[in-house]
Design a protein around this ligand. Sequence first.
Ligand SMILES: Cc1cc2nc3c(=O)[nH]c(=O)nc-3n(C[C@H](O)[C@H](O)[C@H](O)COP(=O)(O)O)c2cc1C
Length: 311
Amino acid sequence: MKKVDLTTKIKNVIFKNPVTVASGTFGTTGEYSRYVNYNRLGAIITKTITVNPRLGNPMPRICETSSGMLNAIGLQNKGLADFIENKIPYYARIKSPLIVNIAGESEGDFAKLTAVLNKHKKVVRMIELNLSCPNVEKGGAGFMKKRRLIKQAVRAARSETDMPLMAKLSPELGDVLEIAGEVLDSGASGLSLINTLKGMSIDIEKRCSRIANITGGLSGPAIKPVALRYVYEVKKHYDVPVIASGGIMNARDAVEFLIAGATLLAVGTANFVNPRSTLDILEGLTDYCRQQGIRQIGQLRGSFHHVRPES
Ligand SMILES: Cc1cc2nc3c(=O)[nH]c(=O)nc-3n(C[C@H](O)[C@H](O)[C@H](O)COP(=O)(O)O)c2cc1C
């Protein structure tokens, strides 16, 4: 059987394949290790960490919807100090590069998180800036909805590190293409597209929301066409690395995102349906490349035809 080279690069970071996990959907350290050998993943992206611990939103915080799910976790996490003390030693044993997702209520938070993570560069290879979480009233969305502050957050992080910084955006923020340009000008190395879209679901017996926060972030197959569109459009405008997330449930979805130009493929909601979905996707992607005679994954990336080929 012909070997397929899936090696992917963002700046100076080399990934053995493009399959990774979307922030917040793969536990906080080893929860999925019964199902997935983490060393086989191209990279691991952590749940968002904030400077101080956060309890998150009241329960229930997730519910299933047609073709997707809603979540309003509210960035629950144990904070930066716990991450450094307890999570970094765990990830230090994993060979796949670690991408740490961070969020803050001020540019100072972004600077502090980045400065501390920058001291752990042997383990932390890249930072994803969560500029888009729709489930946090104070800070988070409130702070991040303001375009000027988004740019300041990116600049603040950039001033503390030379590591690649991936800015994670949601269409909820406004004109994604315009904001993408602004965050790239402010020092982001690439983009993460897309975070969830705000939605709601009503329990008709109780006549109330099925999640306590009333609204939550919609993810899964329902948002895939939207995510695909943004990955395609952003790649067309800016030649920068893109981490794609939004409804990547199987290898065919992964291939679509690669054809649109995605650099890494972050699998999110699929982990809740099938905890082994990342590896199934990796294996399916390898098979597809073999069938198509693709020897290096770069041959597939961005190979979208603007004119429909004659069959
Ligand atoms: C339960 C849950 C928790 C999430 N937590 C985070 C988070 O902490 N930080 C973040 O940037 N994105 C978070 N996300 C968004 C995902 O990383 C991803 O961008 C989004 O779900 C779209 O991908 P998917 O359709 O494959 O799930 C979360 C999504 C879900 C479903």
